[in-house]
Write a protein that binds this ligand. Structure first.
Ligand code: NCD
Length: 307
C-alpha cells in the first residue's frame, strides 16, 4: 500500500497544495466513484469536534470506505490504555487510514511511528490542523476563481494565534500558495515564534484594512486552552472592538473567514457570520471534498483508481 501521512503543513510546497485542491474539485464534481472501496478508515476523536468529525465521516463513507469511529468515552482509552497501544490495536485490526484528533500537540506524529496506516492529523492540541488549512485554501480558491488567483492576495490572520493549531497550518499553507500575510493579535495571544514568521504584526482589524487586507481570517478565543490561567485579554468586549470583525468593517471585495466554531459577537459579529462577505458556510461545505481528497491520497487509492 502506498500510504502517505498528513501530519503538518510546515514546509508544504505549492504543487502539493495544488494537487490536493484539484483532487478535491474532482471529488466535488463527483468524478471519482468509490475510490475507498475495500479500505477501512478509523476516526479517532479524543477531543470535541463537530465539523471536522462529521465531514471526515461523510467523506469516508461517500468514498466507499468502511468507517470505525472511536472517542475517548466508550473506548479503552477511558480504562487507561495508552495512545500507542490504541494505535497498534487499530493497525492490527486493519485500518488503512487513522484520522486522529487529540489534545496533545505531537500526538499524530507519535501515532504515525506505530502504524502502517496513513495517519491524518485532525487537530493536535496547539500543534497543527492541516486539513482545516487545506479546506480553507479550497474555499478561498473557489471564491476568487481558482488556485492561481490566490497569488498576491493579502490575508490578515486575527485573534488567538497563541493557542491556534489552525494558525500554525494556515500560515505555511497560505504562504506557499503565494499570499501575503499579516497577523492581528494582542501580544498576550502571540507565540514567541511569531517573530520568526517574518510577517507584519498589526494591532487591530482597522489596521489590517489599512494594510490592504483582501481577506480577514478570524480565530476563536480558545478559553479551554488557557488552562485556568489569568485572562489574556482585559475584557472580551475590548478584545472584540480591536480584534473582531463587525459590519462596519465590511467593504467591497473583502472576504471574512473563520474555521468555526464561532464565538458570535466576540471575534465575529453575529450579523457578519452569514453575510455575503463571509466564507464561513463555504469553508464548512469544502470539508467533504477536501477530506475525500486527503483520504484518497493518504491511502494511495488515487493511484489505484488511476492504474
Ligand atoms: C478548530 C479546531 O478545533 O482546531 N475548529 C475546527 O476544526 N473547525 C478551531 C477552533 O476550535 O477554534
Amino acid at each position: 500500500m502506498l500510504s502517505r501521512d498528513f501530519l503538518t503543513l510546515e514546509g508544504v510546497g505549492r504543487e502539493e497544495l495544488r494537487e490536493v485542491i484539484s483532487l478535491a474539485r474532482t471529488h466535488a464534481d463527483g468524478r471519482l466513484s468509490h475510490p475507498l472501496d475495500g479500505k477501512t478508515v478509523c476516526l479517532a476523536f479524543f477531543e470535541s469536534s463537530t465539523r471536522t468529525a462529521v465531514s471526515f465521516d461523510l467523506a469516508a463513507r461517500r468514498c466507499g470506505a468502511d468507517v470505525i469511529s472511536l472517542s475517548e468515552k466508550g473506548s479503552s482509552i477511558s480504562k487507561g490504555e495508552s495512545l500507542i497501544d490504541t494505535v497498534v490495536t487499530l493497525d492490527r485490526l486493519g485500518a488503512d487510514a487513522l484520522v486522529l484528533r487529540h489534545p496533545a500537540a505531537g500526538a499524530s506524529m507519535l501515532a504515525a511511528r506505530h502504524t502502517e496506516a496513513a495517519v491524518i492529523n485532525a487537530g493536535d492540541g496547539c500543534g497543527q490542523h492541516p486539513t482545516q488549512a487545506l479546506l480553507d485554501l479550497y474555499a478561498l480558491s473557489e471564491a476568487v476563481g481558482g488556485f492561481d488567483e490566490l497569488e498576491g492576495r493579502r490575508v490578515a490572520i486575527a485573534g488567538d494565534i497563541l493557542h491556534s493549531r489552525v494558525a500554525r497550518s494556515v500560515i505555511p499553507a497560505f504562504r506557499a500558495a503565494g499570499m501575503d500575510l499579516a497577523i492581528v493579535a494582542p501580544l498576550t495571544l502571540l507565540p514567541q515564534e511569531a517573530d520568526a514568521w517574518g510577517v507584519p504584526i498589526l494591532d487591530s482589524v482597522d489596521g489590517a484594512l489599512e494594510w490592504g487586507a483582501d481577506v480577514v481570517y478570524l480565530l476563536r478565543l480558545q478559553n479551554e486552552r488557557m488552562n485556568g490561567r489569568s485572562p489574556r485579554v482585559p475584557s472580551v468586549g475590548e478584545y472584540a472592538r480591536f480584534y473582531g470583525v463587525a459590519r462596519r468593517h465590511l467593504r467591497d471585495g473583502l472576504l471574512v473567514m473563520h474555521p468555526g466554531p464561532v464565538n458570535r459577537g466576540v471575534e465575529i459579529a453575529g450579523d457578519v457570520v452569514l453575510d455575503g462577505a463571509s466564507l464561513v458556510p463555504g469553508q464548512v461545505a469544502a470539508g467533504i471534498a477536501v477530506r475525500s481528497a486527503v483520504l484518497t491520497l493518504a491511502t494511495g487509492a488515487t493511484h489505484e483508481v488511476a492504474a
